[in-house]
Design a protein around this ligand. Structure first.
Ligand code: ZN
Length: 377
């Protein structure tokens, strides 16, 4: 009868609705909900099987264990979505392509020429299809899958490539926060670093925050527990704030465990990593975007400490960034930036990168309430 009555929706009901809606949506979902893509273009999003085969040439068949891993990622994604307020849409196995290291290098080089390193293990650039490198560690592969799935889930806008470029016939205008801009015929990407920091933090949280109530599948259980134990060691005993994300393979975990048994210190740990890298041309442990994550953490803490009424924890601040990335809710993110760092600061973050914001947050001038000098412009 009253407005209040008609608007009242119990918490449980809302959660159910959200889960129901998410189960009805199909990946890639954002196109359907947001409708930012012209209808004639929608038809072309569905690539033919033949096109997929050529983009992911040499991909291997997925094993039952891979399917379990994909399902595990979707369970974790659903859970972080509930926590932060976005709808995780189940990514079907057909969109995940696993390539041997050699084939992955070929695929990656087609997508991002000149950007490949042997430490590259995943790519969402053929969106909505995701390429995963078949590194020896199952845990590492599932970790990469989740990271790339987040990119896949967060796509906001697409646009057509010119007809003559047939390699990949559409490209992303905005994927998460990453915005592609063309200036003087040159392509530039804004917000890439913060987008990767958010994605990497979300991935870490998915695997560490819910490990006691969302059990990894049987095939991942042993390695997950092993990784967990050694991560704790690198954090507690070696003083590394993130530690590492995943090992390259079980052999590398074994070597790491040897270091632990010897009570190795941080310098010995570093020497092991460098020696390994020198011998094999690749790092033994995967750690995505460590600098960006370090800077991002400082930014989250800054906002939490300056706005304690609004943000009880760093996770609450993280939520504003996540919803901007996942749901396209840019306004709260923009307001947070501009109210604290002045007009034009969102643009500056895009153009100059996360490091600019990190320096702003840390500057003594700001702490003393003096307007910081614009020395990076
Ligand atoms: Zn990424």
């Amino acid at each position: 009868m009253t407005d209040r009555e008609s608007q009242f929706v119990p918490e449980e009901q809302r959660k159910e609705d959200r889960a129901k809606r998410a189960s009805e949506l199909t990946y890639p979902a954002k196109l359907k909900i947001r409708g930012t893509v012209p209808p004639e273009f929608l038809e072309r999003v569905g690539r033919t099987d033949e096109e997929i085969r050529s983009v992911f040439a040499g991909e291997r068949d997925k094993t039952p264990e891979d399917l379990e891993s994909i399902d595990y990622c979707n369970q974790l994604g659903r859970r972080v979505g509930e926590k932060y307020g976005f709808e995780w849409v189940r990514v079907p196995p057909d969109y995940i392509h696993i390539l041997s290291e050699e084939k992955f290098a070929e695929f990656y080089n087609k997508l991002y020429p000149e950007d490949y390193s042997r430490d590259s293990v995943g790519a969402a650039g053929a969106w909505p299809h995701l390429g995963i490198c078949d590194v020896p560690s199952k845990y590492s592969r599932v970790n990469t899958m989740f990271h790339e799935m987040c990119h896949g889930e967060s796509l906001q806008r697409l646009e057509l490539l010119p007809e003559e470029d047939q390699g990949f016939f559409f490209r992303v205008r905005r994927g998460g926060l990453v915005t592609r801009v063309e200036r003087d015929g040159k392509e530039q990407h804004f917000f890439t670093d913060i987008n990767e920091a958010i994605t990497s933090r979300l991935t870490q949280e998915a695997f560490e925050g819910f490990q006691d109530d969302i059990q990894p599948p049987e095939s991942l259980r042993e390695e997950s527990a092993w990784v967990r134990m050694l991560k704790e060691w690198t954090r507690k005993e070696l003083g590394m704030s993130i530690g590492f994300d995943a090992p390259r393979g079980e052999e590398e975990l074994r070597q790491l465990e040897e270091l632990k048994k010897k009570n190795a210190d941080y310098n010995e740990f570093l020497r092991w990593q460098y020696a390994y890298q020198k011998e094999y041309g690749i790092w033994p442990l995967k750690l995505s975007y460590p600098n960006e994550r370090f800077e991002y953490e400082a930014v989250l803490n800054y906002f939490q400490q300056h706005l304690p009424e609004r943000f009880k924890t760093a996770d609450d601040v993280h939520g504003v960034f996540i919803r901007a990335m996942m749901n396209g809710e840019i306004l709260p993110f923009a307001r947070l930036m501009e109210q604290n760092f002045g007009r034009g600061s969102l643009r500056k973050l895009g153009e100059q990168g996360l490091q600019w914001l990190y320096l702003e947050v840390g500057s003594e001038e700001r702490k003393q309430g003096i307007k910081p000098k614009d020395n990076l412009a």
